[in-house]
Design a binder for this molecule. Structure first.
Ligand code: ADP
Ligand code: ZN
Length: 297
């Protein structure tokens, strides 16, 4: 039987998983992210114990996803210095001797929702994670939207809320979307983690405002059929209604959208959207290979 592997590679943890050909989750393990070799040795040991036929990798970035590039599959200029210019795909393919299909963590989650979750049956979707960082993955007609490598929507500029004097937490841009609305931005602004803030803390008005600006921009620029939110900060589900109200205000009737309860949704796969997206990438690769081989033979 075919087995698919998944790695959700994050800055704090790596989630490793194995699924069968029906996409049932058979094994799942979370390990802390350390230096590349140290982390990947444990990854390799896991997949040697639970063999797979192909591996989907949803990685923190930036990761070079341009197949024509000499550094395809490398983590590039990340602030996590030990991982800078590290060939993660090459390392895994060499050690495991299976094809590795890389994408961003948010693309993988977007694809999970597209194949199995709230975006199933749609032709296009955008998935935002609001957690340690903010990022978004986008799919149109079954393809990830990319060009030079992959989008970086989490770092879009947002207009500061008039009552928000926080200068922002992004080391590159200060008050970009991630700098203003990520989990660490909330913590830096208030001295408390998001889950310690009361529901009526004004911080939620600011966070909702920045996320609404992102949705407004996304709706206008990419025109997806659905926009999905995941990540730790979105466990504050009250934020979602504020975001919907503000999107309506900002759009001001200009672009017709579906009912916002259908258009702006929470992730639906119990935090397995990334893993399932990785399984689906592995499945696509193997199916495609089968088709190609049948044409050759
Ligand atoms: P990661 O981005 O590392 O994959 P998460 O998506 O869980 O992980 O995001 C972690 C961030 O989300 C942390 O900054 C944390 O403080 C914040 N967070 C986690 N749970 C909640 C919650 N219930 N309410 C608000 N913020 C939360
Ligand atoms: Zn930024």
């Amino acid at each position: 039987m075919t087995h698919y592997g998944a790695i959700e590679a994050g800055g704090t943890k790596f989630v490793l998983a194995v699924g069968d050909d029906q996409f049932n989750l058979l094994e799942k393990l979370s390990i802390p992210t350390r230096k590349p070799e140290e982390t990947l040795e444990e990854v390799v040991a896991f997949f040697k114990e639970h063999p797979i036929d192909a591996l989907g990798l949803g990685s923190f970035g930036p990761i070079d996803l341009n197949k024509d590039s000499e550094t395809y599959g490398w983590i590039t200029n990340t602030p996590k210095l030990a991982w800078q210019m590290f060939d993660v795909v090459g390392y895994l393919e060499k050690a495991l001797k299976v094809p590795v299909i890389p994408t961003t963590d948010v693309n993988a989650a977007c694809y999970g929702e597209y194949r199995f979750g709230v975006a199933k049956g749609k032709k296009s979707a955008v998935y935002y994670t609001v957690g340690t960082g903010i990022g978004a993955g986008a799919i149109n007609q079954g393809q990830f939207i990319s060009g030079l490598s992959h989008p970086e929507m989490g770092h879009m500029k947002v207009v500061p809320h008039p009552d928000d004097d926080f200068q922002g937490a992004c080391p590159f841009h200060g008050n970009c979307l991630e700098g203003m609305a990520s989990g660490p931005a909330i913590e830096k602004r208030t001295g408390k983690k998001g889950d310690q803030l009361s529901v009526d803390d004004p911080t939620w008005d600011f966070v909702s405002d920045y996320l609404a600006q992102a949705i407004y921009n996304t709706a206008l620029m990419l025109d997806p059929e659905v926009i999905i939110f995941g990540g730790g900060v979105m466990k504050q589900t009250h934020v979602l209604n504020k975001v919907r109200t503000l999107v309506t205000q900002y759009m001001n009737g200009y672009k017709e959208l579906p009912a916002l309860t259908d258009y702006i949704k929470l992730a639906s796969l119990n935090d397995n959207q990334g893993v399932l997206g990785c399984f689906a990438l592995a499945n696509d690769y193997l199916e495609n290979k089968k088709v190609l081989e049948s044409k050759v033979n």
